[in-house]
Design a protein around this ligand. Structure first.
Ligand code: CA2
Length: 143
């Protein structure tokens, strides 16, 4: 049975409460419930963490070694500048899919760069909460 670690980065705990024009009205709890439902249907075990702290996300990536067959990460704004996250993803060698709710390439220029993209299997952006489901499906196809 595949094990997948889901990581949500800074400020994603605010989903559904502010900026509905950009991120929609779905809450993080709803996204997690959707993922749990899909995972159960496919025989996948999830561990889910949201953190506003870079180091906690790095620690979770390290702790995934020996357990996770794949990682799905929405690193939030850390996407654009965290070499620590990039090194952690590269260091553990676990297939990782980068996810974004919004299409980061259609937004402000600083969001066009992802420093984690080169060490991820791929990137899914712009499909709202469905980006996470697409990422899960992509990871499972990798197996
Ligand atoms: O589109 C995405 O998923 C992002 O990773 C979301 C990040 C942003 O910094 C990235 O460039 C793209 C921001 C998450 C913050 O979410 C909020 C939700 C509601 C209110 C305020 C922030």
């Amino acid at each position: 049975m595949p094990n997948v670690l889901i990581l949500h980065g800074p400020n994603l705990n605010l989903l559904g409460t502010r900026e509905p024009g950009v991120y929609g009205r779905v809450t993080l709890a709803q996204i997690n419930a959707m993922l749990e439902e899909e995972a159960a249907a496919r025989g996948v075990t999830l561990r889910i963490l949201q953190s506003n702290h870079e180091g906690a996300l790095v620690d979770a990536i390290h702790a995934a070694v020996g357990w996770a067959d794949g990682i799905i990460i929405n690193a939030g704004a850390l996407t654009h500048y965290s070499y620590a996250l990039r090194d952690a993803i590269a260091g553990v060698g676990i297939p990782t899919v980068e996810v974004h709710l919004s299409n980061i390439h259609a937004r402000e220029p600083f969001r066009h760069t992802s420093v984690i993209a080169p060490v991820c299997r791929g990137q899914i952006a712009g499909f709202g909460a469905r980006s996470y489901l697409l990422a899960l499906w992509a990871l499972l196809e990798e197996k």
